[in-house]
Design a protein around this ligand. Structure first.
Ligand code: FES
Ligand code: FES
Length: 165
């Protein structure tokens, strides 16, 4: 349970990418700022800061969530996963990351961590998605570089490969 310090900040404890962490946040501090500034996770990208672009998407207890619409103290007691959670500790990339690389599904990469988090959650509940379903999922993310075609190909290929594995 979080506790208020005499400097007005609360302690926040949660599971971050599989490891227990504790930090301190003012009540109005956003989870984006907390993860970047207190936890040093610069893979948390901030675009619009009001829930539209999807760049800041993390997974909270497995579900995609906008970190820019979440207060840091709301993470208390939860499991938070960022794009770091996808690769193995040895650095071996996940099948989804490899497929994004193969299909040139990223250019500048600003949108990519958030899209990977939504896509990873999506594929866990929809094992055999149609192209339309993939595009519908991706509609929650803005990418100014790629045109999305590579992402769609990558996600469909991962789904196909997992089914045939
Ligand atoms: S920065 Fe969070 S949705 Fe755009
Ligand atoms: S790869 Fe540049 S915004 Fe998506």
């Amino acid at each position: 349970m979080s506790q208020l310090n005499n400097d007005g900040r609360s302690s926040v404890s949660f599971i971050l990418n599989g490891n227990p962490v504790t930090g301190y946040a003012e009540p109005r501090m956003l989870l984006t700022d907390f993860l970047r500034e207190e936890m040093g996770l610069t893979e948390i990208h901030v675009g619009c800061e009001h829930g539209v672009c999807g760049a800041c998407t993390i997974r909270m207890d497995g579900l995609p969530a906008r970190a820019c619409l979440t207060f840091a103290i709301q993470a208390e007691g939860h499991r938070i996963d960022t794009v770091q959670s996808l690769a193995q500790p040895s650095g071996v990339l996940s099948d989804l990351q490899l497929a994004f690389r193969k299909h040139h599904a990223l250019q500048c990469g600003y949108c990519t961590p958030g899209i990977l988090m939504s896509s990873s959650a999506f594929l866990e509940i929809n094992h055999d998605p149609s192209e339309e379903e993939v595009r519908d999922m991706l509609s929650g993310h803005l990418c100014r570089c790629t045109g999305y075609v590579g992402m769609v190909r990558a996600i469909l290929e991962v789904a196909r490969n997992r089914i045939s594995a």
